[in-house]
Design a binder for this molecule. Structure first.
Ligand SMILES: [Zn+2]
Length: 426
């Protein structure tokens, strides 16, 4: 190698907003060659030091660990000695327009720009105002926009849920039955027609929420798949519980693998019995066989509890038991081979959720990186193009200054974020 190009930083494509990253100027006609980097490719394979990655037209053209000379006059060569390369992170469970948190409107653009700064190149929005999400998706689609790509769903729930959920108080969805991205499910719903309407609107998935009878849940999932949409589900769908949704692409929240009400009433030892019961094991085995991503969202449940973890009274005991239950479910699913997903369920930090999977669940760090990249791409149905660093895939990646396999929170120590071959720095 002759010399490394001088990288100049120009202002980001969107001005006046401090959360936006800055574009790293390169010759866009030429390929990008990342050299001397330690590659953690998101497949779960071990790290490969001194890797070379060639990017052309936004995709990964070549990966090797052979040192060879690249002509700096015909390629953008970036020497990443001492740095680490991981796939772009995906937050597998967000509600960026949660009406109950007043985080709607213009703030949403800032939110997805802020997430991008944290290495999140795609997000899975698990139901919100899809009219607005559709606009956001279009804004964030371009590689020249330093924002996380947005994937979103039609909300499917029973009429009882629709009457009470705070998200549905938005004026734009007053007439639920007229809305193409909300399906109020009853026995008389024309499922193929409703799903076709959602698909025509542009959603990526249906999200099965509360009060969906089990037999209808299965019908909805099968029809969504038939029409080329993803099906994302809560476990508490219907009285049949998770068994009704094991054909979905993902199942949200660790506690919902068993009927969720019991979680707050059972002790950890009683919970362990439920967890080890043949019926629960059967669900996890079926999830493993069907490759259903288990998006456990530990942080959103545990975070408010952790401060009571050391209390020596009844509250402390109850909290420790609850934490143990959530950890046990996740660990058991992981041991069985269910793909674990990483989702914050808030505007929170993916790194925090990853840390919980390492410190509480004791998942190997390389598997936690896979969970936040490949597994989440699987839940989105975009795994052929995203989620790992492999030849042919879109070049969504994050370059880190320090080793995430030493400390998983080093995924915050970001040098560059790359979106389809466009390089951004803070
Ligand atoms: Zn959620």
């Amino acid at each position: 190698m002759k010399k490394t190009i001088l990288i100049s930083i120009i202002a980001g494509t969107l001005t006046g907003c401090s959360v936006n990253m800055k574009t790293v100027r390169i010759n866009t006609e030429q390929s990008i060659v990342l050299v001397n980097v330690t590659l953690i490719d998101g497949t779960g394979a071990k790290a490969k030091p001194h890797s070379t990655i060639v990017i052309k037209d936004g995709r990964i053209l070549e990966i090797s660990n052979i040192r060879k000379d690249f002509d700096a006059t015909t390629a953008n060569i970036i020497d990443l000695e001492g740095k680490y390369l991981i796939p772009g992170l995906i937050d597998g469970h967000v509600h960026i327009l949660d009406e109950s948190k007043k985080s709607k409107g213009a703030k949403a653009e800032k939110t997805i720009a802020k997430m991008f700064r944290k290495g999140v190149t795609s997000i899975r929005d698990m139901a919100g105002n899809a009219k607005r999400l559709k606009e956001l998706k279009e804004v964030a689609l371009q590689p020249t926009t330093p924002m996380a790509r947005v994937y979103y769903a039609t909300l499917v729930a029973g009429p009882e849920f629709m009457a009470t959920d705070p998200r549905l108080k938005d004026v734009e969805i007053l007439d639920l039955h007229e809305n193409p991205w909300v399906i109020v499910i009853t026995d008389s719903t024309d499922i193929p027609k409703e799903i076709a309407r959602s698909k025509a609107f542009g959603v990526d998935a249906i999200k099965l929420y509360e009060k969906v009878p089990g037999h209808l849940a299965i019908e909805l999932i099968r029809e969504a798949k038939k029409q080329g949409l993803q099906a994302w589900a809560h476990g508490s769908v219907g009285i049949e519980g998770p068994i009704a949704v094991i054909e979905a692409h993902s199942l949200s929240h660790a506690q919902e693998i068993i009927v969720s009400d019991t979680l707050t009433t059972l002790s950890a030892s009683a919970f362990r019995k439920v967890l080890n019961a043949p019926a629960t094991e059967q669900i996890l085995l079926r999830m493993q066989q069907n490759n259903v991503v288990f998006d456990v969202t530990l942080g959103v449940t545990l975070k408010p509890l952790l401060k009571y973890e050391d209390w020596e009274d009844e509250i402390g005991e109850r909290v420790r038991s609850l934490i143990e239950c959530l950890v046990l479910v996740t660990k058991k699913a992981f041991d069985i081979g269910v793909p674990i997903g990483v989702g914050t369920d808030t505007e929170g930090d993916v790194a925090d959720e990853m840390k919980l999977l390492v410190t509480k669940v004791k998942m190997p760090k390389i598997q936690v990186i896979r969970a936040a990249t490949y597994n989440n791409a699987l839940a989105l149905g975009i795994e052929d193009d995203y989620g790992t660093i492999e030849v042919g895939k879109v070049a969504d990646m994050v370059i880190l200054n320090s080793d995430p396999l030493e400390d998983i929170t080093n995924v915050r120590d970001i040098k560059y974020v790359i979106k389809a071959g466009h390089i951004y720095s803070k």
